[in-house]
Design a protein around this ligand. Structure first.
Ligand SMILES: Cc1ncc(COP(=O)(O)O)c(C=O)c1O
Length: 410
């Protein structure tokens, strides 16, 4: 089977049969997706059966620890990195904050850091703050008309002093999916580290981080059908070179070095639910085909992408042809995620999303923490944009209803 079985995937999400959500259409998935049933069940089971300190010699502590270990190794396999390259932290913002503390001592004054003005602030501000320690910040700016990053600009910014480049795999406003491998190759050619924010990408399919060549890759599972948890994949050699940010006696524990906050055990165990879901989607569509987890991830991603594309084109066409609407980013689906932001020439985003909410459509409004992007696009940051974002489980019926409602509201 090569087409997404929509009824099947929707049956895996309790939200779609939850009476209190009947009639509600979720178009703010870039903020937070629904959780799949496997995750809800894992959390429930963890709290019922194994909610105590893991890793002691008694049951059920052993089971709790085993679930946490499995979560790490399974997630790593799906992301195509080694098990001890996966760190679990409370969120991506927390993970980048911790890495910045390590870089503070790892880098030297005069070293250059490239940041964009397209990213979510979680992948900008912490690096920019290193300016106070003598690091030199270079900004890779979007084109104010297209909102896109031009790779030729990266070439101009890279030099022998560049030590770090932080950019997004997919902006949470513009939606373009970047050619990460091309960029990491350029970054590595000058000996710098590539830090890639995959938060807005991962809900559309788990990435192959080895193929992308990122030194640090970040995602947040609450946007990937899972618990509120940040995943940070960090290359082992980099982990070993940067100063430990955990307790001193744990400096030899590779997965403790950049997670000073005690991890949420239940949520880590619930990562198994995310992988169970992806695995089930794979088995349902490709029964009898054996594959390793990275191959499964690729197959599931292309199923998701195919399902998203038809809906995406319909919405892009509607918005691009609507007078008074400024669509941010590309109007075609090529290398684009269904995270679609726009402004209205004479109405406030908040007003529009309130009207959508009154008709049971959940849409985002504001700057979505891409504050600097708003400034670059000359959009008042306090006001921001209207954001409609959907994923593979969104139906064409929901999309049609959205467009019908937008037709009346805009
Ligand atoms: C693209 C992007 N990067 C980073 C973040 C921050 O993630 P977290 O909420 O896990 O800190 C978000 C959150 O919305 C995001 O959309």
């Amino acid at each position: 089977m090569s087409e997404l079985d929509l009824a099947f995937v929707r049956s895996q999400f309790p939200a779609f049969s939850e009476p209190s959500l009947a009639g509600f259409a979720h178009f703010e998935n870039a903020g937070g997706s629904y959780a799949c049933g496997q995750v809800v069940e894992q959390l429930h089971r963890y709290y019922r059966q194994t909610k105590l300190q893991p890793y002691y010699g008694f049951e059920p502590s052993q089971t709790a620890g085993r679930l946490m270990d499995e979560a790490r190794s399974r997630m790593a396999a799906w992301l195509n990195v080694a098990t001890d390259e996966v760190q679990f932290g409370p969120s991506t913002s927390q993970n980048t904050y911790v890495v910045a503390q390590a870089l503070r001592r790892y880098l030297e004054p005069g070293d250059e850091i490239v940041v964009t003005n397209q990213d979510h602030e979680a992948n900008i501000g912490v690096w920019r703050n290193l300016e106070a320690d003598g690091m030199v910040i270079r900004e890779w700016r979007v084109d104010p008309q297209t909102a896109e990053l031009d790779p030729a600009e990266l070439d101009n910014l890279l030099n022998e002093r560049t030590r770090v480049v932080a950019f997004t795999h997919c902006s949470n406003i513009v939606g373009s999916i970047h050619p990460v491998r091309e960029w990491t190759d350029k970054i590595h050619a000058v000996g710098a580290i590539a830090i890639v924010d995959g938060v807005s990408y991962a809900g559309h399919g788990l990435p192959d981080i080895a193929a992308l060549g990122a030194d640090i890759y970040l995602l947040s599972l609450y946007k990937v059908y899972g618990p509120h948890l940040g995943v940070m994949a960090m290359r082992k050699e980099l982990n070993q070179k940067m100063p430990n940010q955990g307790h001193f006696f744990n400096s030899g524990h590779i997965t403790d070095r950049f997670t000073p906050a005690g991890p949420d055990h239940a949520q880590i165990a619930a990562v198994n639910g995310v992988i169970d879901y992806f695995d089930l989607v794979y088995t349902h569509h490709f029964a009898g085909t054996d594959a390793d987890p990275a191959q499964k991830a690729r197959a599931v991603s292309s199923l998701f992408r195919q399902a998203e594309q038809a809906n995406m084109q319909t919405l892009l066409d509607f918005l691009s042809n609507r007078p008074g609407i400024r669509l941010i980013g590309s109007s075609t689906t090529e290398s684009r995620a269904p995270t679609i932001a726009f402004t209205h020439d004479n109405r406030q985003p908040q007003e529009i999303t309130a009207e959508l909410a009154a008709q049971k459509i959940g849409a985002g409004n504001g700057n979505c923490y891409a504050y600097r992007l708003m400034q670059a696009l000359d959009i008042p940051a306090a006001q921001g944009v209207i954001r409609l974002s959907f994923v593979h489980y969104t139906s064409s019926d929901e999309l049609e209803r959205l467009i019908q409602v937008l037709d009346g509201v805009l």
